[in-house]
Ligand binder design. Structure first.
Ligand code: XUL
Ligand code: CO
Length: 461
């Protein structure tokens, strides 16, 4: 990519007056006011909510309480649209492309205006998205302190809260062989020092969660890798995070975000069940939950809702990076979720487990490279929020009417009494089961009725 590095005239940077955005009362999204709920709006009116009404009550709680939407800073305010073949296309009028504190402050102010106009109550960021990385750890921490002070001021002013913070332990070249699973103890130590600071700023900003995404915790070849050492170091890293969290009194939920691959060929946090197994093996399952990203779930070869359902079943669903991939592609496209059926299946699980708090639905999504208008930033979030609002309403109806549930209950009814109950409770023996067969003869296999279930679901979506 470096040989294709764009010039400032190609990115549009450097040629405009950015200082007009420096004042505390600068307006970044001129001509766009607070997004309203207009259920009767026309099909092409995409700058309003047709389904998401924050205060509307569904199954005893407001939509806002169930959905807990969050905007992610990295895609929406640091995404440039650059790809391995092309220059940035998303040129924001306040962003001069520089790595300065002044530019970082403008981006942050723009972000809080965006959250407020959209009407979203949470945001999420990586340490290195919000503040420039310095030449040393001390310099990076100093930069963070300046930006975190401004973030605190903007949170107080707007009432927007921090869903989660995380540390970028994958972009800097030092992390090319991993962070907490790095073969170098020196690099492990750097990552630990970075997360120490990350937890401190999360506490300061009142984050309700803290995420670990191990993008480079894994291997490219087993030939040079001691997998058990790396996994043990990763677990020890998490143990230190738990200890430090407790020491400083940070009360946010710690979360691990699974992903099977990309950028690394194999990532240890492959999917929800792999992470749950890892946490239980190393005795960390009481201190962590899972942040499921459906695009990662589909990359792992599962259906969209699989990891949401699996982590919830084990009481480990902590939060959701609600995005989607393109099923016809094999990589992480981080698209806005617009498929009502997928949203319904996710919200069905969220309703069944009684909510997602302190987690939320974080839009780890980016507008397409070709969606270059400032309005596209709004339209994308609005479209996804409306999709989830529809998913919530459909899921609530599915649960209220109980039709699917009735069929599932009947399907497993043989475990409710007799020998089935003993199997379910773990008290049956092989000898008893052999006796049961001798007495009751050959069993009859019953239809799984997949198409029947799919037709029932379609009725609600
Ligand atoms: C990468 C990804 C990350 C994490 C936070 O695929 O999802 O943005 O959510 O590091
Ligand atoms: Co994510």
């Amino acid at each position: 990519m470096s040989s294709f590095a764009p010039t400032s005239s190609e990115t549009g940077a450097g040629s405009k007056d950015y200082t007009r955005f420096n004042s505390a009362d600068a307006e970044f999204f001129q001509g766009i006011s607070r997004i309203e709920y207009k259920p009767d709006s026309k099909p092409d009116e995409t700058m309003c909510y047709k389904h998401y009404s924050a205060s509307q009550v569904v199954k005893g709680r407001t939509m806002e309480e169930w959905l807990r939407f969050s905007v992610c800073f990295w895609h929406t305010f640091r995404g440039t649209g650059a790809d391995p073949f092309g220059f940035p296309t998303l040129i924001r009028p306040w962003d001069d492309g520089s790595n300065t504190i002044e530019n970082a402050k403008r981006r942050l102010r723009a972000a809080f205006e965006f959250f407020t106009k959209l009407g979203v109550k949470y945001w999420a960021f990586h340490d290195r998205d919000v503040a420039p990385e310095g030449a040393t750890l001390e310099e990076s921490n100093k930069n963070l302190d300046v930006i975190v002070d401004l973030a605190q001021e903007l949170q107080t002013k707007t009432g927007v809260k921090l869903l989660w913070a995380t540390c970028n332990l994958f972009a800097h070249p030092r992390y090319m062989n991993g962070a907490a699973s790095n073969p170098s103890a020196h690099i492990f130590a750097y990552a630990a020092a970075q997360v120490k600071k990350g937890l401190e700023i999360a506490k300061k900003l009142g984050a309700v969660n803290f995420v670990f995404w191990g993008g480079r915790e894994g291997y490219h070849t087993l030939l040079n890798t001691k997998v058990l050492s790396e996994l043990t170091h990763l677990a020890n890293f998490f143990k230190m995070a738990v200890a430090y969290k407790k020491k400083i009194g940070f009360t946010g939920q710690l979360l691990i975000e699974p992903k099977p691959k990309e950028p690394t060929k194999h990532q240890y946090d492959y999917d929800a069940m792999t992470v749950i197994g890892f946490l239980k093996h190393f005795g960390l399952d009481k201190d962590f939950k899972i942040n499921v990203e459906p695009n990662h779930t589909t990359l792992a070869g599962h259906s969209y809702e699989h990891d949401v359902v699996m982590s919830s079943a084990f009481g480990m669903l902590g939060s959701i990076d609600s995005n989607t991939g393109s099923p016809d592609l094999g990589w992480d496209t981080d698209q806005f979720p617009m498929d009502i059926k997928n949203c319904t299946l996710v919200m069905k699980t969220v309703l069944e487990q009684g909510g997602i708090a302190p987690g939320g639905l974080n839009f780890d999504c980016k507008v397409r490279r070709e969606s270059t208008d400032l309005r596209d930033m709004f339209i994308s979030h609005i479209g996804a929020m409306d999709s989830f609002a529809r998913g919530l309403k459909a899921a609530a109806k599915i649960l209220e009417e109980g039709v699917l549930e009735k069929y599932v209950k009947a399907r497993y009814s043989s475990y409710e009494s007799g020998i089935g109950k003993k199997i379910d409770e773990g008290t049956a023996t092989f000898e008893e089961l052999e006796e049961f067969i001798k007495k009751n003869g050959n069993p009859v296999a019953e239809s799984g009725q997949q198409e029947h279930y799919e037709s029932v679901l379609n009725y609600y979506v």
